[in-house]
Design a binder for this molecule. Sequence first.
Ligand code: FIX
Ligand code: ZN
Length: 422
Amino acid sequence: MSSPAAFSVGEAVARAFEDQPIVDIHTHLYPTQMGPLCLMGPDELLTYHYLKVETCRQLSSGTSVAQFNALSKPRQADVVWRTLFAGTGSPLSEAQLGVVTVMSALGLNPRSDSLAEFRALFSETKPEDYVDLVFRKSGVSRVYMTNDPLDDLEGPAWIAGFERDPRFEAALRLDSALAGWPAAAAKLRALGYEVEDDLSPRTIEELRRYLADWIERMDARYLAISLPPDFAYPSESAVSKLLDVAVFPTARERGIPAAMMVGVRRGVNPQLLDGGDGMGKWDVSFLENIAREWPDVNFLVTLLSRENQHELCVAARKFPNVTPFGCWWFLNNPSIIREITAERLELLGSGFVPQHSDARVLDQLLYKWTHSIRAIAPEFVRKYEALRNTGWPLTEQDIRNDIARMFGGGLLFEQEPEGESD
Ligand code: FIX
Ligand code: ZN
């Protein structure tokens, strides 16, 4: 066997990424068995909210955002195509590059005048074959969905029951149940949970029953909530109290992580509908309060503001029950991914989950992971070269082990909750 110093780190990292099946820990993807929730194909891809927002910045004069919103999905996709891909400027934004990568991966001409060729390919392929094709070509082996029983489409699908494609794992999302309490009380009551409008002992008991039932029904692997930048903990807000009395105790009892996604300001420009959300910086001392108060809950944390990333690393150094994950949403751009990955490697070693895709349309797996790995791999190479230069007899297997741990989903469940072992 050649001496450990003989191999090329760059090539070893590239091989490790090529061979590692990716586990994508946060997406908005669903299996075909969940009917209309499963989004794929050109019309869905082109009407991704990132692209609609970019289109709305440059609608031709005479077309308003309201008129664009009123169009059918295929007509919106045509407008997006004409504006962002067959228009005057080159498709340089990350979301635009994404579409080009997807089309190239599918063997399509991205410089076409229309979506006709893409639509023909999609309509000629059976949905289950399309799913297989995307999983195979993207190198993704499993994805975590974002599951909300209170969603009008999703709840009935779970209640009716379906045979789950095992590549799709569940994550119970709590935004609609907890945000703006008692906004969700009527929906919870309709599902059979006797919550009251105030946070009475009965309400808390019933909310905990809701969590327990739905974790069970979905086999949810973690709980998740997104929160605004002004979220404070502890505080008198209903959401802070509900996390304390219902969500965190449930995560602890069940031994599953709680994912906190903080920094989103919903509906900053309501006219843009699903693309209208903005962001803001959080006070990370609230995360410290949570982590200190709940040492036996594993918190998966992603923060939306670039300004919060260094503080998040420092908080994770202080609290082993905090695992940073992903470069979320407005951070999911190569320049920022590079910066965040380097910072996390330097402060946390291999103890974080570098990326999730946040894909909403299955086809996006074909670009989000290639683009992310292209940004992340050089940072790993730099670190492994630095490690070898310090005199560490690095082996290719070391690299493979780290990449498997960080991209193979294992870190999610690495921390056994206290008191669970015996
Ligand atoms: O809250 C979330 O999970 C966000 O990722 C989404 O709501 C957002 O719309 C999105 O798709 C970001 O990439
Ligand atoms: Zn998301």
